[in-house]
Ligand binder design. Structure first.
Ligand SMILES: [Zn+2]
Length: 81
């Protein structure tokens, strides 16, 4: 008998408890859910992989800081470089 798969396999997304970081909403390219991410805007433009909080797929996140200092995040599927 197997245990139900619910909730298994998704390592808890690191809960960053930093109210100083701006957040951005991105849409998961896999499941279409909107998720909120925190952006370390002090690091400038950056690109990284973050697991979707809903479907746990790796999302390629590209962050750009615009001229007003506002962080813009763009999500894409990891395999579409
Ligand atoms: Zn997802």
């Amino acid at each position: 008998m197997r245990a139900a798969a619910a909730g298994v396999g998704c390592p808890a997304t690191t809960s960053r408890n930093n109210a100083m970081l701006p957040s951005a909403d991105i849409q998961c390219p896999y499941c279409g859910e909107w998720i909120e991410i925190l952006i370390d805007d002090s690091a400038g433009d950056q690109q990284y992989i973050e697991d979707c909080q809903v479907c746990c797929s790796p999302i390629n996140i590209a962050v750009r800081i615009d001229e007003d200092g506002v962080a813009q995040a763009v999500a894409s599927a990891e395999n579409e470089a």
